[in-house]
Design a protein around this ligand. Structure first.
Ligand SMILES: CC(C)(COP(=O)(O)OP(=O)(O)OC[C@H]1O[C@@H](n2cnc3c(N)ncnc32)[C@H](O)[C@@H]1OP(=O)(O)O)[C@@H](O)C(=O)NCCC(=O)NCCS
Length: 161
């Protein structure tokens, strides 16, 4: 059993200031919540300041409505030498009905850094349950897939400007 906190959930109301031009919650607001929950999870695990190095696989399944209760859950699913891979899931629903549904999910990778922004080693997370093992396998598979994407997107690939 590892002592450090491995997961965190933020709960709050979607406010009118989060609105987009269609009257629902702005995708950028959802991405900010995802980053915040993932950050809190990575910092709690590493005990260090962390920066986001990669955000991937973000999928908006359904909109979040203003006035919904929003739950943003972040769970560590893999640790490298200095990186922490965090799965984040957002669910939301009308508090009057009490029915909550998944709206968004993604994977974020954080790196623990020192005062100068240099990556520092993090404690290894060991999978304990079968589900943990599956999560870790999933994170590793995404890492492999990213190698191809990163190559395509490298400075030698397509330049926009
Ligand atoms: C994150 C940062 C410190 C990494 O520096 P770096 O010199 O590339 O460091 P490294 O090459 O040693 O990589 C550090 C870790 O990042 C991981 N990493 C690098 N590129 C990655 C990518 N595209 N996807 C996932 N992980 C990646 C590496 O695998 C390594 O993890 P490991 O130690 O567990 O193996 C640097 O890129 C940075 O400062 N980026 C900007 C961060 C930022 O401003 N974020 C937004 C606001 S918080």
């Amino acid at each position: 059993m590892q002592d450090r906190e491995r997961e965190i959930t933020l709960r709050f109301l979607a406010e009118p200031t989060d609105v987009n031009f269609g009257g629902k919650v702005h995708g950028g607001a959802v991405m900010k919540w995802i980053d915040q929950a993932g950050y809190a999870c990575a910092v709690a695990w590493s005990g260090q300041y962390c920066v986001t190095v990669y955000v991937g696989g973000i999928r908006f399944h359904r909109p979040v409505l203003i006035g919904n209760v929003v739950e943003v859950s972040a769970k560590l699913i893999y640790t490298g030498k200095t990186s922490m891979h965090v799965a984040v899931e957002v669910s939301a629903g009308d508090p009057k009905e009490g029915l909550y549904a998944k709206t968004t999910q993604c994977i974020i990778v954080f790196v623990a850094v020192d005062d100068r922004g240099t990556p520092v080693e993090v404690e290894r997370w060991e999978p304990e349950s079968e589900q943990d093992v599956a999560f870790e396998r999933y994170a590793k598979k995404l890492m492999d897939l990213r190698k191809d994407t990163d190559k395509e997107m490298s400075p030698h690939g397509i330049a926009l400007y």
